[in-house]
Design a binder for this molecule. Structure first.
Ligand SMILES: *Cc1c(COP(=O)(O)O)cnc(C)c1O
Length: 404
């Protein structure tokens, strides 16, 4: 599996020379290869969906489409995005909390194949809308496990969160669903943790979820066609070369599968993280209270992930030789450096006190693993700075977006 790490020459070719560099670069071919590698590792017959929220750019969706089973969406807007980028044939499944009647109308109008229900109210709304449309909508019930669940970076289930139907309430939910004549029960949905780096532990969690789904089906006489085991396969932002062992995960899960119940996954981060880089020019260097800071063209308004996770995002410094000014070029050498953005808030930090060799004004900071939950989760217009260039590499010809 590759890691997209653009070089100085490539960046110079892809960005405008007349303005400080600020760009997201995405390698769509490597992204497609990653999807193929992950899908190939899975047991035969398992569905591998891409969770659109990790990166919803139409070029990313189109690059992934030939290599995955389909798309997992969480809003009417994401449904329309997938249809616009990939067309009417793409398989789409929908989940997410806080459902409206309008969501369900859009789901029906755009041919979404299944809805993951997270509450009884959502079930009633979906039943009413499907009934009014004279159709029967296939559904899974999303479970919030009683816990405890293994540690990962984010926890959606096995804890007090807004997600899913709590385990103890599943019997009631199944009973209400029996009265919803415009919904058809097909199985259960679990997306319990995100960014789990422990492949064996993740397989054990999925095996326990499968066993629970089978037990409920047996006890209640349900036809269990499908179990969706969510996403959550991890990456390591502290070690960009580390990889989740998808093959070991699949091997550990294999003994728990049977021919009667289909399984599905819907991964986001592990699919899209590695093949995007965020490149920012160092505009200034300064020292306050004994600490060295680099001020970047860019920041958390483009790339909120490091501040959202309170981590130091991995980066490399690319030196650039050109210095057009007639004053001395400032530099920081062999010192811990904090990389801050251009926003007027002390929260605008992408990496803190990280040792660097040499950084000069005009060099580039290249943040790696910026393809998932990067641009898509950021508050782009806070302070109204120019947006980054976004460049999508595919084959020989980059797909360039018009500059800001
Ligand atoms: C976000 C999300 C995913 C994808 O999670 P990753 O950790 O990015 O793989 C899958 N399913 C649901 C319901 C989600 O909310």
């Amino acid at each position: 599996m590759t890691l997209f790490r653009p070089g100085a020459e490539q960046i110079a070719r892809l960005t405008r020379g007349d303005q400080p560099v600020c760009a997201f670069l995405y390698d769509l071919d490597a992204l497609a290869d990653q999807a193929v590698a992950l899908r190939t590792a899975l047991p035969p017959g398992a569905d591998f969906f891409y969770a659109v929220k990790a990166n919803n750019d139409p070029r990313v969706l189109a690059a992934l489409a030939p290599h995955i089973s389909g798309f997992e969406v969480a809003s009417a807007g994401e449904i329309r995005r997938v249809r616009a980028a990939v067309g009417p044939e793409a398989r789409i499944v929908m989940g997410g909390p806080a459902r409206t009647a309008g969501d369900i109308e859009t789901l029906l109008a755009y041919g979404v194949e299944r809805l993951h229900l997270e509450s009884i109210q959502a079930m009633r709304v979906a039943d009413a809308v499907a009934g009014a449309a004279g159709t029967v909508l296939p559904v899974l019930l999303r479970v919030n496990l009683a816990g405890p669940v293994p540690g990962a970076t984010l926890t959606m289930g096995g804890a007090a969160t807004q997600f899913g139907i709590e385990e103890a309430a599943i019997p009631d939910a199944v009973a209400v669903l029996g009265d919803c004549l415009s919904l058809r029960f097909e199985g259960f949905h679990f997306h319990t943790v995100s960014n789990n780096r422990d492949a064996a532990g993740h397989a054990a969690l999925c095996a326990a979820e499968l066993a629970l789904a089978r037990r409920w089906a047996r006890e209640r006489g349900l036809d269990l066609r499908l179990v969706n085991l969510g996403g959550g396969w991890g990456v390591d932002y502290a070690d960009p070369d580390w990889r989740f062992d998808a093959a070991a995960f699949a091997r550990a899960l294999a003994p728990h599968l049977d021919a009667r119940t289909g399984i599905q996954f819907e991964c986001g981060r592990i699919v899209a993280a590695y093949h995007g880089a965020y490149v920012c020019e160092v505009l200034d260097l300064k020292r306050t209270h004994g600490r060295a800071f680099a001020l970047l063209r860019g920041g958390t308004h483009h790339f909120r992930l490091p501040s959202s996770w309170a981590h130091d995002h991995p980066f490399v410094i690319l030196p650039r030789e050109s210095w057009p000014h007639n004053w001395p070029r400032p530099e920081v050498v062999d010192e811990p450096l904090t990389l801050a953005g251009e926003l007027c808030t002390p929260k605008d930090v992408l990496a803190r006190d990280v040792p660097v060799g040499r950084v000069r004004i005009g060099d580039l900071a290249v943040f790696l693993m910026a393809g998932a939950y990067g641009w898509d989760i950021s508050h782009h217009d806070f302070l109204c700075h120019a947006h980054p260039h976004r460049v999508f590499l595919s084959g020989q010809a980059p797909l360039l977006e018009p500059g800001p």
